[in-house]
Design a protein around this ligand. Sequence first.
Ligand code: ZN
Length: 169
Amino acid sequence: MPVPNGEEIIPILNTYIEIFKKEDAKIFATRDWHPNNHISFKENGGKWPRHCVRETEGAKFYPGLKLPETTIIISKATEPDKEGYSGFNDTKLLKELKKEQIKRVFVGGLATDYCVKNTVFDALNFGFETFFLIDASRGIDSALGDVQRAVDLMQNNGANKIEFKAIKS
Ligand code: ZN
């Protein structure tokens, strides 16, 4: 699903991935993995055009994204009748994070005002120290100001907004 300027985050995500790999941190990659008849599609009464149908080109990670082989892939919104914006929503993500005894999570991706925001909220609710990678995220802004509101809400709820510039130094 097109997110304006979404491809701009790829090199930035790759930079973060390199940093986290060096620190031996676990990389998780969430993806929409919708069935053909998913409720989020306009033709089924949802608000989005068809996107990320499982086992199709559109559901693949962006080709330039350099995910390490050890990346744990989290497929979400896999049930026809359930929307799932958060990476935690009916997925194995929480279990995997607990298994790895992870305390801090860093979240970036698409889209800031939907999947990123909901993932960050869930991470905070589950007690993780949560960082929002603002330079590695882009939003949809279907109503003007949605992205800024999402950013403010994440921060007001306890997320740390960071960008690569800041952690490099
Ligand atoms: Zn979706």
